[in-house]
Design a protein around this ligand. Sequence first.
Ligand SMILES: [Cu+2]
Length: 115
Amino acid sequence: MLRTLIVPMAFIAAACSPPAAPDGAKTDDMNMAETTAPAPAGAIAGVGTVTAVDATAGTISLDHEPIAAISWPAMSMQFTAEKPAILHGIAVGDRVSFEIKNATETSVITAVQKQ
Ligand SMILES: [Cu+2]
């Protein structure tokens, strides 16, 4: 007895015809830029309340609100002023807006302004 393996001969490959382009063929398969983590290049703005400030040492502690640009939740933390002079006139309890130097130097504060 001879067993014959019946191999399905030819699957007809369904020819996928490209959908007709409406008006003019557009080349749209080039991804211009990936928008995964758009880390801001420059200063990053935040707001918070001053919990400590030392203009001589150039340090300021803030109870700051979330900063989405660098995925920070609200927290209390200390910053170092790039120039201690920016802390003059800032006092504990002040509600301030501030600027962090950039996404890699997040503990450096470049500007503080009372709100
Ligand atoms: Cu923080």
